[in-house]
Design a protein around this ligand. Structure first.
Ligand SMILES: CC(C)(COP(=O)(O)OP(=O)(O)OC[C@H]1O[C@@H](n2cnc3c(N)ncnc32)[C@H](O)[C@@H]1OP(=O)(O)O)[C@@H](O)C(=O)NCCC(=O)NCCS
Length: 240
């Protein structure tokens, strides 16, 4: 890996102002999430509004204004990331299960929450899968965690004092990473996660009743990072 795209990247957002509510300006370097040759872009304020091409706009025609803003932020950030990689600019449409379809020879991933959006792209080669997720640091709605956490993960969170959404976020990131390769849905109880706090990394193992066969020739590398207000997880797949 020779390129160095995101080494000095900081969140350049003035987060969008929804309905008059104010948002803190974030200045957190996101250097731990992906290798340096992956283009990582945090959507800037104008990306939440700038219209996309007609084919992309058609995907969210009739959706709520909030959804349209998030979609624009994600697609505009992804186009910026692809441009950094000198990829051909073309519409990023959806596959069968809403996964973005990237230009041939490239891959990427998108995540948005109400006030932050991130997209990351790479040239296909050593890296064959990618996932990213951004979440507010606030806890999950009460009761949701029992659908997300295995018993082991629940005690892990308590022991280590990790943010409650970390497991949720890491599992969404994992799903985005594998789905385009497996083209199979798998739920939150399919795998169990383990975290290395010092290095801010995570890995997973399939649970005993998991029916998904994760390709043994690929290795998953998961990273996480927090700011004062948000939690980020990122994962990528390398050929062994
Ligand atoms: C797909 C999913 C992970 C997306 O998460 P989300 O909470 O909707 O929101 P995020 O903003 O983080 O991510 C949305 C983006 O993910 C991408 N995405 C959606 N489906 C995807 C899929 N099947 N594969 C890869 N990426 C996908 C899209 O780019 C989407 O943005 P867009 O609709 O604007 O294009 C979630 O909706 C889901 O289905 N989760 C259940 C499966 C799961 O997580 N299992 C855990 C296994 S351990």
């Amino acid at each position: 890996m020779s390129r160095a795209l995101n080494k000095t990247l900081t969140i350049q957002t003035s987060p969008p102002n929804f309905g008059g509510s104010s948002h803190a300006l974030l200045t957190v370097p996101l250097t731990n999430l992906f290798p340096a040759d992956i283009a990582l872009v945090i959507a800037s304020a104008d990306m939440w509004q700038t219209p996309l091409c007609a084919e992309e706009e058609a995907l969210v025609d009739g959706a709520s204004a909030k959804r349209q803003r998030e979609f624009r932020a994600g697609r505009n950030a992804a186009h910026e990331a692809l441009q950094q990689l000198q990829a051909p600019q073309q519409a990023i449409l959806w596959g069968n299960r809403r996964e973005p379809v990237w230009p041939s020879g490239y891959l990427g991933t998108i995540s948005h929450c109400h006030d932050l959006c991130v997209a990351a792209c790479a040239i296909k080669g050593e890296i064959v899968g990618m996932g990213v997720d951004v979440e507010p640091l606030s806890p999950l709605p009460e009761g949701v965690e029992r659908y997300i956490h295995t018993d082991m993960e629940h005690s892990l969170l308590e022991q280590l004092g990790l943010p409650q959404r970390l497991i949720f976020s890491a599992k969404e990131c994992l799903y985005k990473c594998y789905y385009p390769l497996l083209t199979r849905y798998f739920g939150f109880q399919s795998v169990s996660l383990a975290f290395d706090i010092k290095n801010q990394t995570f890995c997973f193992k399939p649970n005993v009743d998991c029916e998904i066969e994760f390709p043994v020739e690929l290795s998953f590398h998961g990273h996480f990072q927090t700011s004062d207000t948000h939690l980020f997880t990122a994962g990528y797949l390398l050929r062994n």
